[in-house]
Design a protein around this ligand. Sequence first.
Ligand SMILES: [Zn+2]
Length: 473
Amino acid sequence: MFDNQVSLPMIRLSKVGLGLVMALLVLMVSGQVASASVTENSTVATTVEAPASAKQNSTATAETVKTPGFTFKIEGEWAAQEKSQLESWLSSTGPVMKTVKEVIGPPAQNLTVKVVKSSSGNAGEYDEYNHQITLASLQLSVLVHELNHATRDGHILTNRVWEEGMARAGEKEVMRLLRLQGIEEPGYDTNHAYGYDIYYEQNNVPTVGVPNGNIYAEPGLTLLRYEQAGYAFTKVLIENPQFLSQFDAKVFTHAGGNISQSELVAMAAEVQPVVEGSPLASWVAKQHIFDTNQQEGCYGFERINQFTVDLYCTDQYGGVAMQAGDKVAMKIVAPNKEVLFREVGITTAYGWFTFEPVLDAGVGRIKVVATAKTPTGKVKAATFYRQTGSEKGVFGVITNANVYSGIVSFSSPSGKFPPFSVSVTNGAFNAEGLESLRGQFVAKFSGEGMVAEATRNKDAAPYSLLLTAHKAK
Ligand SMILES: [Zn+2]
């Protein structure tokens, strides 16, 4: 399911699993890469030229100024049919490149990019030193993902959570907009309907953060972290569809992509000051995928959508090692404190174990506690909450274990739906009607003298919401 090619002479930047596209950006270390052989007579060039823009006028007249664009050279072992499909996708006047440019913006300067076919083991890679996209096969979403990296090229962010998160968000947004134009890739999830995305809130815990932003560090969690970082930026895109292109324009004013997180946050805040009702800087601080300072120690993580427990340890240098062959235990407790499930497993070579509890839909809120032991000692328990019932619409739980009933009212700040309420039973609730909503909602809980409020941006897919209640004033 998850590849683990740690011996590659390159930094792996992404992966695919479970039918999801795993598009890889690979940074070649200068000097390690043999120069690509270019067969000129197999080269097809497509020049992208943008309409004149007076805003960019610096040295020339408005009539002659063009925004920078791509020239593509399709090289290598493509079949004739694949080559003509690529030419069509990469045409400057076609819907794909128009949408890419609309969402991500143009590169910093005119850029010639080679598009090569090679089964390197990754679905796709971008090599910023040779300005080359390598695709394992002809797949639009992977091409679009790598075009995100290619657009930043010499400004690819050394903070890989930001780089891959924005590439993933940009890829999904382009694919969503293309779908509206009738261009679809079979099986591609344009709405964040994948299990990891649906449980974004549960995954938003400090242990999802990656030391030094090294999103590829722990193979078992790489895809989840891609989804988490991608959905985080999609939440910004939902409020500001120009976020990525405007952010890239700010990145291009720097010498390269080695930009500190505090500066990235400041730049992002200039583009979009508020997200989900919070100032961007404090919003970023609440999205733990952006945590980069994880302390040395061993951690458990629960992929709660599928009851998988991951076990990994970090060292003082930020190195991450998955823990194979260690004992992990899962305990599931019902709202009435009854223990519904208790089992022990041994982690696989990739440091995880998947439990298979059978739970009645009517149980409501469950508390899922994972514990583990490693050679260096006991791991602090990871406690997650979720519901046992339907996974449709906006569903979720009041996480406080002493609150069982009440009402959750939903409203739309932009008037996308009329306000309504649902009841809370056994600590869980469900608003199925919000499944197709792509936008912002406000949820307010009250019950048993307690209240909670949350403002969230969601895609048109199920969304699990956690509400932590406090005493009503
Ligand atoms: Zn990537």
